[in-house]
Design a protein around this ligand. Structure first.
Ligand code: 13P
Length: 251
């Protein structure tokens, strides 16, 4: 692994202020693993409080609007996230693509807005089960990357890709280590085509039912630079076990 392994917790629509103590435990635990980059994306409502208290973890948003400000009721822009203390934002999560109809072009616009605001951005891609069964997984993911990744001279420096097969999210099912490695090699090739040499430095995270029991194995797959974790990031106990599993890879 060329760079420090990157372990990101996506809390999705979970987390009242009572959960800030869990975030604090994660932060203090992460400080004991300096070889690992650790981050949490809580709901918007917790970003500021969590960022204020964080000493070792980065805090980010789970989505942003493509415009910096304006009449967009209910939306949150990248500059607003930055102002609240966020260092990064996740865009193009499959739940947003499926439930909010986000297209590749919309995801790319959000990613570019995030970089423009000085945030790092995690761009999510991943195939459905039907697409995998049809043998289209790599082609689908390549097309998502082509359409969703921000372009520009310095874009590669601010971008992380998260490969999350839709059928593995929240299901307890994970692809084989070989399949993860094959997909990550394919993603690396697309990154090279888009960004040239800089594409080699972009971290590619695996996401989808990562837990304390399977993290070590998945993190060792080819070209896996870390993990995007949903359910298992909600407690310090399980999330820190995953962080610890990444530790040896960063030494
Ligand atoms: P789970 O880890 O709960 O499967 O969620 C994965 C995910 O969607 C992270 O963004």
């Amino acid at each position: 692994m060329a760079n420090r392994p990157y372990i990101v917790g996506n809390w999705k629509m979970n987390g009242t202020r009572a959960m800030l103590s869990e975030a604090r435990a994660i932060d203090r635990g992460a400080a004991r693993h300096p070889a690992v980059r650790v981050a949490i994306a809580p709901p918007f409502t917790l970003v500021h409080a969590m960022a204020e208290d964080a000493t070792a973890i980065a805090v980010g948003g789970q989505d942003c609007h493509a415009s910096p400000s304006g009449a967009f009721t209910g939306d949150v822009s990248a500059p607003l996230l930055k102002d609240a203390g966020a260092q990064f934002v996740i865009v193009g999560h499959s739940e947003r693509r499926a439930l909010h109809g986000e297209t590749d072009a919309a995801v790319r616009a959000k990613a570019e807005a995030a970089l423009e605001a000085g945030l790092e951005v995690i761009v999510c891609v991943g195939e459905t089960e039907a697409q995998r069964d049809a043998g289209q997984a790599e082609a689908v993911v390549a097309a998502q990357l082509e359409g969703s990744l921000p372009r520009g001279e310095t874009a590669a420096q601010g971008v992380t890709v998260a490969y999350e097969p839709v059928w593995a999210i929240g299901t307890g099912r994970v692809p084989s280590v070989d399949d993860v490695g094959a997909m990550h090699r394919s993603i690396r090739a697309v990154l090279g085509a888009i960004y040239g040499e800089a594409g080699a430095e972009v971290a590619i995270l695996y996401g989808g039912s990562v837990n304390a029991a399977n993290a070590s194995e998945l993190l060792c797959a080819d070209e896996v630079g870390g993990a995007l974790v949903g359910g298992a990031s909600l407690t310090a106990e399980s999330f820190l076990t995953i962080v610890a599993a990444a530790g040896p890879l960063g030494d």
